[in-house]
Design a protein around this ligand. Structure first.
Ligand code: PLP
Length: 390
């Protein structure tokens, strides 16, 4: 007898497969130049390769302490002090996870209850939707408005209510490249304190900034250390997205449940890669200056290509994406444009719809180009995109 029972859980049924990873698969299928997924196609710093090798040879090959390698947590605490001025205790305030991805899921599962509301700025990094569904919460979207992707303070104030448990802030922002200003962060902080709402901040692009833009860490604002979970990772700053080492920094009270969830989700991030992370976190100041300079060159190259073919974009202040409004280019939708690009032109990008909730009326107006690529990759994309002009 055939079972009528459905296979997927109600939770899994509520979200789709990642569009970004799907675009990478389509890209491979059509042998396209992949400007979709947010990963560098150039090597990580050589000292990091050596550090991993050393860790493996030194027998750092068994489970690390579940909340993270001691040396890494100490380095993270030192670095957090240096960049934010805040003192955190490696023994009680830091949880090392499998990337910022797990850090956010563990944080949400640990601190958000079924039917709580979580405020999410829209557009948003696509994981926050499924993250909310997995913990049974309701995402409540607050619009960021083009061209500078700011929010209306009255809209934000209206979104806070008795059910609001947390707000997710991602700065520098994927997909728009917006860097939230001190004034914006202060306005959010005031509402969090007024309503006793937690702030989950995804700061994974904190060192990729342009034109003198300054990164503001929510935890460093007056009164916010106790309400904030700061999420970050090695992935983007050190070009090691495959290492899967990220972390959550929060008060001991918030950290305790995060650690419990993390332990039962994954036990721990890969031990030798955590140990090698100590070398990454202790890179000299020069490293961060060079990172900014190199990404500024890549941004120039990306924007020149887009100018050359007449695709309008929002100039990013941070992160490594160009978010483009394609609504006046004569295509039916973001999917239509993206499919044409990958199949006929040979360049893969991400359709913007994946960064919006299901009801956003402008969700099909955008696509995202990723420029964390080698010069050769960008030149190959330029050559192919020239066909678009014709
Ligand atoms: N957060 C944001 C805003 C991202 O853009 C990404 C990757 O693209 C991640 C988190 C994933 O981070 P990780 O590789 O540390 O899991």
């Amino acid at each position: 007898m055939q079972s009528t029972r459905k296979v997927a859980s109600n939770r899994a049924d509520q979200f789709q497969e990642s569009v970004i990873r799907e675009m990478s698969r389509l890209s491979a299928q059509h042998k396209a130049v992949n400007l979709a997924q947010g990963l560098p196609d150039f090597p990580c710093p050589p000292e990091l390769k050596e550090a991993v090798t050393r860790a493996v040879l030194d027998d750092v090959n068994q489970y690390a302490i579940t909340w993270g390698d001691k040396a890494l947590r100490q380095s993270l605490a030192d670095q957090f002090k240096k960049f934010t001025g805040l003192t955190v205790e490696p023994e009680t305030d830091i949880t090392v996870c499998c990337g910022a991805t797990e850090a956010m899921v563990a944080t949400m599962l640990a601190l958000v209850d079924v039917d709580d509301e979580v405020i999410v700025f829209e557009p948003f990094y696509e994981n926050y939707g499924p993250d909310s569904i997995l913990c049974g919460a309701k995402p409540r979207y607050v619009k960021l408005h083009a061209p500078d992707w700011t929010f209306d303070e009255a809209d934000l104030a209206e979104a806070f209510n008795d059910k609001t448990r947390a707000i997710i802030i991602n700065t520098p922002h994927n997909p728009t490249g917006k860097v939230f200003s001190l004034e914006e962060m202060t306005a959010i902080a005031k509402l969090c304190q007024k309503h006793n709402v937690l702030a989950f901040t995804d700061e994974i692009y904190e060192h990729i900034l342009y034109d003198g833009a300054k990164h503001v860490s929510m935890a460093a604002l007056p009164g916010m250390a106790e309400l904030t979970v700061t999420i970050n990772s090695l992935s983007k700053t050190y070009s090691v997205t495959g290492w899967r080492v990220g972390w959550a920094i929060a008060s001991p009270e918030l950290t305790l449940p995060i650690r419990k969830v993390h332990d039962f989700l994954t036990v721990g991030a890969p031990a030798p890669l955590q140990r090698a992370g100590v070398t990454a976190i202790n890179m000299p100041d020069k490293y961060y200056d060079e990172l900014k300079a190199k990404y500024t060159e890549r941004r120039t190259m990306m924007l020149d290509i887009l100018d050359g073919v007449g695709i309008p974009y929002f100039k990013p202040q941070g992160a490594y994406y160009a978010f483009c409004d394609i609504s006046k280019l004569g295509f039916k939708s973001d999917m239509d444009f993206t499919k044409h690009l990958v199949k006929d032109i040979g360049v893969a990008v991400v359709p913007g719809g994946s960064f919006f909730g299901p009801d956003a009326e402008n969700r099909h107006n955008y696509v995202r180009f990723c420029f964390s690529r080698k010069d050769e990759t960008m030149l190959a994309a330029k050559e192919r995109l020239a066909k678009l002009k014709k």
